[in-house]
Design a protein around this ligand. Structure first.
Ligand SMILES: [Zn+2]
Ligand SMILES: [Zn+2]
Length: 316
């Protein structure tokens, strides 16, 4: 039995005074000793938090006791150590950045794709009248995706709306969208409906819940996650490695950030190349004066700002 849990969740629900709620929520999380990253917006909550099993239980109870968030679905992972170093709660204009913040245009609370539970999704995946659409970005689908999924060449979800035309030929098909935890699909599927697709579904709870409840069948590679684990295993039924080391071409699903903070590229690299290049994508990056110390994980707590050069500070 592990001592820590990591929770992944979101909830689309109107929050009045969201900025004030942000501060209160940060204080509450800190009082429980949680670490993680939460986004609060007028449209809802999106977070990954990590802490002791007791703290996580208290947190979920608190969220569910608030009627605005009563329906929140938590994906719970057992972890050996907390998945973050600090606790951040931030107010933003959207809980996932899509550039579609006008609730008069799309509002997942009112109209969104039909939710499919993992078992229902698994059953539909092989049908001829179904198209599987990955709404995530390059660094995510490159390391893992559903068999036969359509992916887009995007570096950020906010570029998804501009790619919808690539699906034009599938207007008469059933469109099944998926993402990591389900949050992006709420907007992606709502947008597809708005754009004239009529039969739109979304994988409820995303890849993470699918891994837990459907054994991850037909998900190839690993799932990119937004904490210090970088990727997690999903498929216990028919796993497959689909990514290769960026440097030597050997099969690997290890995902890292380039140790050169000004590059910070997300890419897959095998352990051998990692030690040889000191966690960098290239020898150029390896020689960079601000190169961070590589400890074999390729994860760096603070993603530095390109212009702001700060001296090393001890994080408390
Ligand atoms: Zn390699
Ligand atoms: Zn680099």
């Amino acid at each position: 039995m592990s001592k820590y849990n990591t929770l992944l969740y979101y909830c689309y629900s109107r929050i009045e005074n969201a900025e004030q709620y942000t501060q209160e929520h940060l204080n509450f999380c800190k009082s429980l000793g949680l670490v993680g990253r939460i986004i609060v917006a007028d449209e809802g909550l999106n977070g990954t938090v990590s802490g002791t099993v007791e703290a996580c239980e208290a947190y979920m109870k608190h969220i569910h006791a608030d009627e605005r968030f009563a329906k929140t679905d938590f994906k719970i992972d057992e972890v050996d150590e907390p998945s973050f170093i600090k606790m951040h709660v931030r107010y933003k204009s959207e809980i996932v950045h899509s550039g579609l913040r006008d609730p008069k245009y799309i509002d997942p609370n009112k109209e969104t794709g039909k939710h499919l539970e993992p078992a229902e999704f698994a059953e539909m995946i092989d049908r001829d009248d179904v198209v599987i659409v990955d709404v995530r970005s390059n660094y995510e689908h490159n390391v893992g995706r559903f068999k036969n999924a359509i992916t887009f060449d995007i570096d950020n979800f906010r570029d998804f709306p501009s790619k919808i035309n690539e699906l034009a030929q599938y207007k008469d098909k059933k469109i099944l969208t998926y993402c990591t935890g389900g949050i992006k699909c709420e907007k992606a599927s709502a947008l597809l409906l708005k754009e004239g697709f009529t039969d739109v579904y979304q994988l409820h709870g995303g890849i993470i819940k699918y891994g837990k409840e459907a054994g991850g069948k037909d998900f190839e590679g690993k799932c990119y996650v937004f904490d210090n684990r970088l990727t997690v295993d999903v498929n216990k039924v028919n796993p497959k490695v689909i990514s290769k080391c960026f440097n030597c071409g050997k099969e690997t699903s290890k995902m890292i950030n380039c140790a050169n903070p000004e590059c910070n590229e997300h890419f897959t690299q095998c352990d051998d190349c990692g030690w040889e290049l000191d966690g960098c994508c290239s020898t150029n990056c390896k020689e960079h004066t601000r190169k961070r110390e590589y400890d074999g994980t390729g994860y760096y707590v603070k993603l530095p700002q390109p212009v702001q050069v700060k001296s090393k500070k001890v994080l408390s």
